[in-house]
Design a protein around this ligand. Structure first.
Ligand SMILES: [Zn+2]
Length: 77
């Protein structure tokens, strides 16, 4: 079982988010997770977010498990 450093960092990030859901929220436009202080989504430029902890955790787990299939704005930073 091998994983690339990039996959590993995604899993680590997902764990961190799942442990601190209050610091994050989910974009209603593209389902990406952003910091709780974010006003405009860096991926889709949406401004509607769901700060509910259960939604943030679900999304973090899903993102952490998912094979990366596309390059997002976040990956380019
Ligand atoms: Zn978005």
């Amino acid at each position: 079982m091998t994983s690339t450093p990039q996959q590993q960092s995604r899993i680590e990030k997902a764990k961190e988010i799942a442990n601190n859901p209050g610091n994050y929220k989910v974009c209603e436009g593209c389902d990406s997770i952003v910091g709780s202080g974010t006003h405009i989504c860096p991926n889709c430029h949406g401004y509607r977010f769901d700060p509910e902890a259960s939604r943030v955790v679900d999304q973090a787990v899903w993102l952490g498990c998912r094979e990366q299939t596309s390059v997002t704005a976040e990956d380019l930073i």
